[in-house]
Ligand binder design. Structure first.
Ligand code: GLN
Length: 214
């Protein structure tokens, strides 16, 4: 079987080498007998997000997220919401994770509208969360222990019907309340850079198998 992967905004959202997650998907996919084809969709592309099995979005600075916000509001948000409803695996890392929420409130109080794929919002904080980030995924995501690092000013607050991806064992995570990331349908969001998947092959396998079985 071949998995079609979309790497969304790779030219802007690749903070701390998050594109290494794509390499892990290809490498570990091969080990699982899965062909993984990757298409890059950049800002201004008109290519539809329909037809992919997995969509990956890396991390980025506030300024890069601000560049992307208008397109997310105009049409990419609707595509991401449709993909999530169809069970497409979406993996967002840090800034890419934040883009999956309803909005990002800057330190100046400006609310940047994001995709609304999952019900949560993010609010910038003066003090950045920087350092080792370890968390244990909840059973729905295999109970996998994950290790990486975080570097974000945003604090993410999940909607009532939305669960974290896991429980923090070291670091800040979403906002210091003990939750890290999000898992909603087949949408995975996390603050963990590393890159995430090369450092956590078991999670990479789970994500590939979820995309294969959708
Ligand atoms: N700009 C966002 C923040 O500071 C995301 C940062 C990141 O992707 N590491 O919270």
């Amino acid at each position: 079987m071949e998995l079609k992967v979309c790497h969304l905004y790779p030219e802007l959202l690749n903070l701390y080498g998050d594109s290494g997650n794509i390499a892990a998907l290809i490498h570990i996919g091969k080990r699982l007998g899965l062909g993984v084809s990757v298409e890059r969709v950049t800002l201004g592309d008109r290519k539809s997000l329909a037809g992919y099995d997995l969509i990956f979005i890396g991390g980025g600075q506030d300024s890069e997220q601000r560049l992307i916000a208008p397109e997310i509001k105009a049409f990419r948000g609707a595509e991401l919401r449709a993909a999530a409803r169809d069970g497409v695996v979406i993996l967002g890392i840090c800034g890419g994770y934040q883009l999956l929420g309803n909005y990002y409130e800057t330190l100046g109080g400006e609310k940047l509208g994001f995709s609304g794929t999952v019900d949560f919002y993010t609010k910038a904080a003066e003090k950045r969360a920087v350092g080792t980030l370890r968390f244990r995924c909840f059973p729905k995501s295999g109970g996998i222990s994950v290790r990486g690092f975080e570097n974000h000013s945003g604090r993410t607050y999940l909607g009532r019907e939305v669960s974290p991806l896991g429980a923090v064992t070291e670091g800040v995570g979403n906002n210091g309340d003990g939750g890290e990331g999000v898992r909603f349908l087949n949408v995975f969001g996390t603050y963990s850079h590393g890159p995430l998947l090369p450092n956590n092959p078991e999670l990479c396998e789970l994500i590939l198998k979820t995309a294969e079985m959708r």
